[in-house]
Design a binder for this molecule. Structure first.
Ligand code: GLN
Length: 309
């Protein structure tokens, strides 16, 4: 069933009003000092529909740090470069562990469980480091093109702040290197990965950028084929099973959509053949997902009947 963006506007306004009732329930991400300084009492939501329409409510135009949501876009680039060969180096199953856990690296002999846990995203970043002198420019270029916005940028302060505390990611990269699953130097790979995470986008820009994933890889506005046929299904399936880390099952149960979260408080969700959604509120639950964002998507999926199941 097709829904025009404007039909969703009243529901989004209600959801935004309800979200403020949840402020104070979660906590800001602590291991990126710069993110711990963000005003926690913010909420934004945007929906981009296949006809080019946008509906939004709250702080939908305020840019935020997309963090792990960038892992979806770096995966798309790595698949462009390596095709299915990428899967020799990274798995496709949920880890059931925290996104920054090192446990499985040893258990799986250096082949990370999936591209959305940090070790997997480091291997993906390595593929991009291998191809470009300044991989962050490749990434920001892609995001700008997809979002139709030159405002998308890398927040170098956030990246610097994260790098000052990135001991776990350095440890993960060192282990991956030892297992022979990184071509680049661990430091350079963590540097590139951290800068991808520091991309800044608003909900409107993110929803717009995600639209090809809802449309068999095509940008519905320009008609350009962004991803090869079949790719969006694969990426969406990974988001459904691994996109919210160890909360992926709970999210599939309560919302029923492929999605990817980040510790900046953003969640991007795909409704295949219908729309893309981006929601943002900085306070996180203990698993690192936005408290108000998760609740907002649950309500939107229920009231607009969006679940893929
Ligand atoms: N940059 C963060 C990290 O590596 C991203 C984590 C996230 O958003 N889940 O820990």
């Amino acid at each position: 069933m097709t829904i025009a963006a404007e039909e969703l506007a009243p529901l989004l306004a209600e959801i935004a009003a309800e979200a403020s009732g949840r402020f104070g329930e979660g906590r800001l991400h602590a291991t990126i000092p710069r993110l711990a300084q963000v005003d926690p009492n913010q909420f934004g939501i945007a929906v981009a529909t296949l006809d080019g329409g946008i509906a939004k409510a709250g702080a939908a135009d305020v840019p935020f740090s997309i963090q792990s949501i960038s892992k979806v876009f770096s995966l798309c680039l790595a698949l462009d470069y390596l095709g299915e060969d990428l899967w020799e180096r990274v798995g496709r199953n949920p880890s059931g562990l925290r996104f920054n856990s090192l446990t499985r690296i040893e258990q799986e002999q250096g082949r990370p469980m999936n591209p959305f846990v940090n070790p997997g995203a480091l291997v993906v970043a390595d593929c991009l480091v291998d191809r470009a002198a300044t991989p962050i420019h490749t990434m920001i270029g892609l995001l700008r093109r997809l979002a139709h916005s030159n405002r998308v940028s890398c927040d170098y302060e956030v990246a610097k702040s994260e790098l000052s505390m990135a001991f776990r990611n350095y440890a993960a990269a060192a282990l991956l290197k030892e297992y022979g699953n990184l071509r680049g130097e661990p430091r350079a790979v963590v540097h590139a990965y951290t800068h991808f995470c520091a991309a800044r986008m608003s909900c409107v820009e993110l929803a717009r950028a995600a639209l090809p994933l809802a449309n068999e890889g095509r940008d519905p506005v320009t008609g350009a084929q962004i991803l090869p046929p079949g790719r969006s299904r694969r990426v969406n399936s990974l988001m459904l099973t691994c996109g919210l880390y160890d909360a992926a099952g709970d999210f599939a149960y309560r919302v029923g959509l492929p999605a990817k979260s980040g510790v900046g408080g953003g969640i991007m969700a795909i409704v295949p053949n219908r729309m893309a959604i981006a929601v943002w509120s900085p306070e996180l639950d203990p698993l690192g997902n936005s408290v108000a964002g998760f609740a907002a998507l649950e309500r939107l999926a229920r009231d607009a009947d969006l679940s893929v199941f």
